[in-house]
Design a protein around this ligand. Sequence first.
Ligand SMILES: [Zn+2]
Length: 390
Amino acid sequence: MINNDRAMEHLMDLLAIEGPTGRETQVAAAITRKLIEAGCRKSWIRTDDAHRRLGDGYETGNLIVRLPGTIRTAPRIMFSAHMDTVPLCRGAIPQIRGGRVVSKSDTGLGGDDRSGCAAMVTLAETLLKNKVPHPPITLLFPIAEENGLHGSRMVRFEDLGNPVMGFNLDGQEPNEIVIGAMSSVRWQAEITGISTHAGLAPHKGVSAGLIASRAMARIAQEGYFGRIEKGHRKGTSNLGTMHGGEANNQVMDNAVLTGECRSHSPAFLDQIVRVYRKSFEQAALSVTNDAGRTGSVEFSVISDYRAFRLKKTETCVRIAREAVESLGLAPNPLVMDAGLDANNFNEKGLPTVTLGTGSHRFHQVDEYVEIQEYLTACRVLLAITQLTAR
Ligand SMILES: [Zn+2]
């Protein structure tokens, strides 16, 4: 029932649109156009005010489409796929090479997560054009996933029409069913030193750069940088950005470092964050000028999301398995070492699995979409609507 040519057209069109985090307006406009062409009423489509509540120059809100069910007694289900891409995908020109869609330019492709968006457009078109009986369906296209799952965190459930289960599309093979993902926090250390002339009076200064270096060196020495393994407890941490200083002849009096920490265990994640905080505080005390003055650090956690683990008996897990099996594939339940919009849905009480749509090598210049997998994923979505219509 799915028209492969149309499904590919949707994929290629959406991949060609630039839409890094916070700049999703064109993506939302293109999806809206396609959905109206597919037969969606304008009154089913809206964007929320997530961008205004996030502040900081986000352009547009989450795109929410509420299809009424032809089977009105069936409970509402939700599909979701984020609209934003990582900055690496700027300027991507999608082209088909072999059985894959790749980027012609030296950029990421943006199959993460436009392949999910395109699969949802294909689903709506297939249901409406062929008049396929279906339950009430919400299509959610969140903004700002890549920089910390902000769009999905801001979604109001009443805007979604209170779905009972969710199917998030943000993965790789069409048989994978992500039933768990990890906790994560983003941290920031703002270091204040004392500025003096670097040649005439360096001993009167306190270098924020030296404090930062000592803190990071200590974290690494204690085994809490990069991949972390302490007995059976595992996690990761990273220093993502560093900004500081103004001139080479001036002792650096300000530096801001940001990064992230992750773990499947919320308790171990707390431990990693404690090591970071302590290391920065002690590093600040360890750097003094000739009068014994020190610098200072403000260490803060700037955003976070929680680990989840769905039971195999959970309805959305069971439906996803049956849908994958109905296409002759073996379901592959997974726990992810990353955060997903599904973290926020599960935390708010909406059981949500995450499925693959043929996207591979996320956030890399060799990112690609495996065409057969993408087309199979479109069929998995259709199967889900039929299984939940019963
Ligand atoms: Zn993604």
